[in-house]
Design a protein around this ligand. Sequence first.
Ligand code: ATP
Ligand code: MG
Length: 602
Amino acid sequence: MRLSQMLFVTLRDDPADAEIPSHKLLLRAGYIRRIGSGIYAYLPLMWRVLQKVSQIVREEMNATGAQECLLPQLQPAELWKESGRWDTYTKAEGIMFSLIDRREQQLGLGPTHEEVITTVARDMIRSYRQLPLHLYQLQTKFRDEIRPRFGLMRGREFIMKDGYSFHADEESLKATYQDMYTAYSNMLRRSGLAFRAVEADSGAIGGSGSTEFMVLAEAGEDEVLYTEDGKYAANVEKAVSLPADAETSKFTTYEKQATPGTETIDKLCQLFNCSPTQVVKNVLYQTVYDNGITALVLVNIRGDQEVNEVKLQNELTKIASQFGAKAIISLTVPNEEAQQTWAAKSLPLGYIAPDIADDYIAGSKTVHSQFVRLVDKTAVDLQNFVTGANESGFHVVGANWGENFKLPTAVVDIRKARPGDRAIHNPEQTLQSARGIEAGHIFQLGTKYSQAMGATYTNEQGEEKPLVMGCYGVGVSRLAQSAVEQSYDKDGIIWPVAIAPYHAIVTIPNIKDAQQIEIAEKLYTELNQAGVEALLDDRDERAGVKFKDADLIGIPFRIVTGRAIANGKVEVVKRATRETQEIAIDEVVNTLKQWVKAATEG
Ligand code: ATP
Ligand code: MG
């Protein structure tokens, strides 16, 4: 492609609305253009990158025996009602764009395709002989994200590869899951990315497990905890660890003490000169279930620990049926305004005790009249602890479960693992922290959708069984941008060769020099013929401008038909290292071919 004929517009300055380097660079270098909130045009250079990533994804998927298909983006509401997700997706979470057609039928724009694929499987899979089966697609997804940001990282319209596998049993699912683990690792490695596969939260479906593939970058929205020995890595939402040992309490008798101005654990411990590990902290949450029922939740946890709200949400989802609900819409720490909607009297905030009475709640049709009481494991074994007295300005000390307070029956593990904690697999290892961009997520679904939607098969014994499912997603557009987030310098993007829009750019410093043009044209043609994808900068611009642009758009190899041509040579510059060398004109094509091959192999 000739730059003179391309839509090639670069910006000198950083666009105002871009926050992270990759977003700024893709805008400045003319790869993307913002059309609306979370909506972008992929311009020609970007589209080539996306196609390269897609091709790598395809090759890795096909290698596992999965088959490509294309499912509809317009999805009838009925399917989502069958799975029970219509209301949560369109109203509660509100992530799905929905519409009504001219026949007054409700439709959604696909944010994901479990419902569609399960209905296909229900219709077409009859027998164990057809299993296992794995279908995938590469397609634009729509999600009405609460906070679209960072360009392609969190768009409202983005490209995803999603795959769904069907199995007769868990064992077969696990085998495919392992294949996907390898395929996903290959995709990211081949795309030139530094990444980490981490244990991930699989929500309340729980059990069978899931893995996220995190591209390591400071701008990542996720925190990853890992150990140096390489044996443990997990999303902080899921991570587990050993808490520090609790100190022995110095209080031996149970008594109430005046502790004015100690709403926080810090202040309380300062006053008592005690360790937060001797304190039972009582944290109030408010959750709204998908049937509109609000429940108030009291969590008891050791004073030095924090609640992991993802784990808490999973626990509350497990008990949703007690409230006649299926899922959770929101989980918050109730502020004053929220408290006014249910509090029967003013709460002793900062001084709440584990036995705070249910009559603080004005129960109603929509507000459950009792606290959901959960105790975290870290608080269970404490003796002679300090905790609130249910009275502003007072705490109790020397308290014990069973004597002064009833231990809640629901003992749960909802503490947040933190950097510096000891690892469970080996207490000599401590957790380290890194930031990551979730590029992919593989997931053992089990029978959630097949059961809800009645997708069954007949096994060897002639019994009808629900299909066992897995699902596997990789964000193609997010992955492409995360490559930039991982690889740039002050002058611009540094694409990994495998996903660069072009391998090489032939720059003519002086467009008035016939010999420069002739050699450049020849190299340009021959490179492309040899499979080295080349651009030709034949614009009538100063050499300096051309070099700046080549750096900005991040093409791996630049070939300059400048002064060296007098000696039968051209200057060749590697973008990543700035390494410059003169190469004989008739060796250029072969050399570049080798370089590209070396950089993209395997
Ligand atoms: P996140 O936690 O970042 O919202 P998710 O858990 O919703 O991601 P999945 O539903 O597992 O993501 O989708 C699979 C992949 O699609 C993700 O790993 C990510 O790479 C990509 N993806 C998800 N949401 C977006 C988005 N809004 N914009 C771009 N890519 C996305
Ligand atoms: Mg999401």
